[in-house]
Ligand binder design. Structure first.
Ligand code: GTP
Ligand code: MG
Length: 149
């Protein structure tokens, strides 16, 4: 089954949206594999967002991500990466549909509440970065038949 790294950013944690965000993935039928509250270092965040280091918004992005604790999670399920990002909404919350997390709860790109891996490869890289000792491997058994054909 596919995995994605989903993270509640500092604004989401501070605003008390962690439970709401977890709830949406749980209700969809996805499975939580790991969760931790982190206070990441600047270097760790620079590594996480290394593909963006030449962008003009990189410095404010790192400051935003350093502004408080984040909640890092690993979620598992069919097409987890693509559907996970669809559930988060567009990068710019003003372009996000209602019903998405960003569409429902925020306004600005620089305060867009949550992160989701953008490919299966980046998901595996990010999971290894945030959970270097690995995550529990398990598949729910009984409920699986209620969610998948
Ligand atoms: P993540 O899930 O956080 O990776 O967002 P994304 O994949 O939708 O967007 P991207 O990876 O391109 O950018 C990472 C983050 O940088 C975004 O979620 C925003 O918080 C921030 N960001 C991206 N573009 C801009 C921008 O034009 N201005 C500002 N201020 N922030 C931006
Ligand atoms: Mg991204």
């Amino acid at each position: 089954m596919e995995r994605s790294y989903i993270m509640v950013k500092p604004d989401g944690v501070e605003r008390g949206l962690v439970g709401e965000i977890i709830k949406r993935f749980e209700l969809k039928g996805y499975q939580l594999l790991a969760i931790q509250l982190f206070k990441p270092t600047r270097e760790h965040l620079q590594e996480h967002y290394k593909d963006l280091k030449e962008k003009p918004f990189f410095p404010p992005l790192i400051e935003y991500m350093l502004s408080g604790p984040v909640v890092g999670m690993v979620w598992q399920g069919r097409e987890m990466v693509k559907v996970g990002r669809r559930m988060l909404g567009e990068t710019n919350p003003l372009n996000s549909n209602p019903g998405t997390i960003r569409g429902d709860f925020c306004i600005e790109t620089g305060r867009n509440l949550c992160h989701g891996s953008d490919s299966v490869e980046s998901a595996e890289r990010e999971i290894a970065l945030w959970f270097p000792s690995g995550v529990i491997q398990w598949e729910r058994t009984k409920i699986q038949k209620l969610i998948y054909e």
